[in-house]
Design a protein around this ligand. Sequence first.
Ligand code: P71
Length: 468
Amino acid sequence: MKFPSEPFKIKVVEPIRRTTREERDRLLRAAGYNLFQVPAESVYVDLLTDSGTSAMSDDQWAGLMLGDESYAGSRNYYHLEETVRSIFGYKHVIPTHQGRMAENLLFSTVVKPGMCVPNNIHFDTTRANVEHQGAQALDVVIKEAYDPRCELPFKGNMDLIRLEEVIHREGASRIPLAMVTITNNSGGGQPVSMDNIRKTRALLNRFGIPLFFDACRFAENCFFIKEREPEFADKSILDIARELFSYGDGCTMSAKKDGLVNIGGFLSLNDDQWAQAITNMLILVEGFPTYGGLAGRDLETMARGLREVLDEDYLNFRVGQVRYLGELLDQAGVPILKPIGGHAVYLNAKEFLPHIEQAQFPAQSLVVALYREHGIRGVEIGTVMFGRRDPATGRTIHPELEMVRLAIPRRVYTNMQIAYVAESIVDLYRRRDMIHGLRLTYEAPVLRHFTARFEELERQPLLQRAAS
Ligand code: P71
């Protein structure tokens, strides 16, 4: 397989520091073995998230100086509005400071208690914002999405049979909208096919239910459509995006991903009444409609980023770099979620550390070991993030997938640094027997992963464990 090299050269550099193992061990103890509590300056390669961590282009930085900081009617807003309309095609463009505010505004306007919102898989902020309205967030992705070994080209697809069942069961009047997350972050950054989107639209049309996209990684999804759906092989990413969004009634967007900016988002939709109610709420909580919680310069970098992200050389490199990391690991026998997603490689911690049972947090243990041994920070997507306590028994219900996500920031690390990451993980895999489980010592009542604290368990000899 051939991997694309970087379609850019580096004009500004940000030094990063290498630390010693002793230093990292000390930092881990102080952080209660929670990587969210470790200072970023002590991380060598930071793969915690691809959100808000992109490197902007010289054109975007030049755009910063053209920020029009007028309270009302900033020219940068008009530029953003025109750009969003030309790609997404919806009538109203409502800027927000990031994605979750777009979700909050949309759901607080149209979702009422007792309703439900289906999605392929809700991202945690989307789920939390739906539930905050007293409604139910339902995941209706195809069942193969939960099998890390199953290789399907569009593992983010909606399960249309289950979606129809949900509509019959709940009643269309209780479903104010359905969502599709592109790409499907919680399911491994997997794309949704145009075919599946067309069919989802047709199904929802029969019941008069609007369709919204959670569009954070839309360009990466469109790249996969071009690569994997023959009908689109000769189409531009822009044309694919236009067709995809034409099947929806609106979208929420965290521009911190495919907007190639460090902060920003928007909500875009066709419905005049919804837009008016949302705008009224926006003024109350976020800001005037031509800046939505951002500076004029931020709007300008977002407009420019949205154009840049459609560039095929960029996307080929971007998706190729993630694939490069995945393939290096796969070739060395490291268990990863397949196929390799658009923005991250996901390590399958259950298979990586079969000697650590799920109650002892194998994915978190792996995140800790990766940082201590090699200065690399990933994020746990497993029992710490998604484990739920059964209110009846007080016992933890473990999620099906127990993973470590290595999210690659856009245009930030060179392929040599990616090779370093692969080498480090292969080294860790060879020495995996030395990794211990963890014990939870503190958890907050909601979103516990950010502040949880742990202690390391003493290693139990394998024989003793087998006997116990
Ligand atoms: C990611 C994030 C950022 C994040 C958020 C919460 C905890 C840890 C990391 C954010 C998303 C997303 C999707 C599909 C909406 C948001 C919210 N992802 N939808 O993956 O992936 O956007 O952060 O701008 O509010 O690390 P926001």
